[in-house]
Design a protein. Structure first.
Length: 181
């Protein structure tokens, strides 16, 4: 039977200064176990407003904009996949095997999967467009969109995605972080 020992160290003051930031280290008395290390904010006010991430404190309220912006990016990506799935279906209609699909995706430089990985992705997603990275070759994607008469719609979605990604990056940069210690 093994026993553990926990030691706690004060590593600094909380942001409001009324409490502490505590690092707990729990070790087992056997030679094969590692130490469990955790950090917590020992202040009721700050622990509800801040969270610990590695060696930093993150202001929870400052993460909300980044979360919304990230959800917006995901929604536009979903719309983009829905818009290009018919283009992929038409383009790959004459391709008879999954191996040939993968070879064409690799030739187009929109997949780096091996055959096993591609088969697994195809089992998980029925759509070829979801099993690759279509934006790695926007020239080809725009070409098949133009052939189908929907280039303007694709360009609008690509523009929306670019703007959403920029907004997300800006929101991520505005997250308030405070180094512990």
């Amino acid at each position: 039977m093994s026993t553990s020992e926990t030691t706690e160290h004060n590593v600094g003051l909380c942001p409001c200064g009324a409490g502490d930031i505590i690092k707990s280290i729990t070790t087992q008395d056997n030679p094969w176990s590692g130490a469990d290390i955790s950090v917590r904010i020992n202040c009721s006010k700050c622990s509800s407003e801040w969270r610990v991430l590695y060696d930093s404190l993150i202001l929870r309220s400052s993460e909300q904009e980044a979360s919304r912006a990230g959800q917006n990016v995901a929604e536009i990506e979903k719309q983009l996949i829905a818009a290009i799935e018919p283009l992929f279906d038409k383009y790959f209609a004459g391709v008879k095997t999954k191996k040939a699909e993968l070879a064409e995706l690799q030739r187009l430089a929109i997949s780096q999967d091996n055959y096993r990985g591609y088969l697994e992705a195809r089992r998980k997603h029925s759509s070829i467009a979801q099993c690759c990275s279509p934006l790695w070759n926007t020239e080809w994607l725009r070409g098949i969109a133009e052939e189908s008469g929907c280039l303007d719609d694709l360009d609008a979605l690509l523009s929306d995605l670019r703007e959403a990604k920029e907004a997300h990056e800006h929101a991520l940069a505005s997250i308030v972080r405070q180094r512990i210690g």
